[in-house]
Write a protein of this length. Sequence first.
Length: 557
Amino acid sequence: MQFIIKSVVAVLLVAPVATMAQTTFLPLESKEYIILERMEIKSRVDSVLNFSKTKPFSRKQMIQGALQADSSLNLTTVDQYNLQRLKLNNLEWIPGDHIEYASIKPIWKNFYKTPANMFEVHKKDFSLIINPFIYYQVSKERNNSQHLFLNRRGLNVRGKIADKIGFAASISDNQERDPLYVQRRVSEHQAVPGQGFYQDFKRTGYDYFDGRGYFTFNVTKYIDVAFGYDKHFIGNGYRSLFLSDFSNSALFLKLNTRIWKFNYQNLFMELHPAEPRAANVLFPKKYAAMHHLDVNVTKWLNIGVFEGVIFGRKNRFEFGYLNPVIFYRSAEQQNGSFDNSVAGLDFKANVANKFQFYGQLILDEFKLSELRAGNGWWANKFGYQLGAKYIDVFNIPNLDLQMELNRVRPFTYSHNDSVANYTHYNQPLAHPLGANFSELLGILRYQPKPKWMLEAKLMVYKQGLNIGAESFGNNPLLPNRPPHRLKDYGFEIGSGQVVNTTYGSLLVSYEFKEKLFLELSAMGRNYKVENNTGLSENTSVISAAFRWNINRREFVF
């Protein structure tokens, strides 16, 4: 933690006195991402929205891009409604007096002056927005007598000071009891998906506190800096093979440089290695340093380069990784090739104002001669993603389809020790399944009316699991050396104990008031272990939920 704080102080010392207007970030999976994605595909040429791989989005740049695209696009009635709500939820970046966004009947004159925010102030040198949030869901699982529920209560705060400092914070108290397949995963990994430390709640439930926050400022007109504790995502897919928001939040320092056709992000994080769950214990630390460069090759084609390194040092940080332009593999070799470095390529192409094609290639370690030999060498560790989005399917307004394929070879993301693997708080940093899997995803989303949303998901995957104490490379938490790995060759996707899983869900969502949703959902999951009928599992869950100012929580794995 000390190295990140010192780095922030150093940046502050060299920052110019006259900084530019600062921003906050749009939380991951917010409803605004739907209209932004559709506008990007329709416009094809917008340079702001085209840099959409690194999330969360800057609210300032998001509004700038949306306003520019709005003037040139033929939006549907639903799109126009969604764009209006996007503006309503980000008024600190909308010029003017905001009279057209005012509520007809504010509460006690000071609350809900606009429909989007409980309390907000917009002055010359100060903006402040405060919103409480509530999420309550009850569920019934077939063949499970337990009462399944989710109960979240908290507060969101964001604002800016003198157009120089942006800040945001979110705190919540949470209790939940999840379906049996989630309970089994928590028991195996000693981690609640997406969270950190937790306590048992009434035997089979979980109780945890979720606190996030950050502040932002500019070093120059083109370089933004953020420091805090939160999650990040790199990619255009539903999954990411580089960095996803599946694991717990992390302490981070982020530098983002956006100029001409380039967007360059440096991300430094302090992580937790795999440790047994305990209270009143000081956890050891490990660190991550990541670079991602986006280049708009043409008006419709964007290509990116990614690299990252995970490393652990006792009581010190490897300061060579703070270099914002060096290749991490080169720095790692100078240190003796002890750390876990990865590299990757990605692309995104917006075509015919209807389609977006995207993909990722992650390279952990491989040898070309072994790859050509085709003997399944264990250290040929890589994965890839291919996906496509199709908006207004068959010219039906606001009917959108997404298809995605993810394949990751055994032992990808793992390391020869239990520290420098590609994980955080006992959870994968990238794909929830870890490695040694092939997955196909389909998402169909339809918004027939402004307040109604229908969404269907289908996921099918095949994965090879460990057999007894022998590792077949699906769990990156395990070291990839003997006695866990017992051979060098014969590893392909599905090696080990093969499981086939099918997951399907259907959601009906109605936005009763701004950011207040009433929802019904159903999901079914079939988990089948080949040649072992005793470990098969078939379950279904129906749920009813009420949520206000907070995003949905799902377990799609």
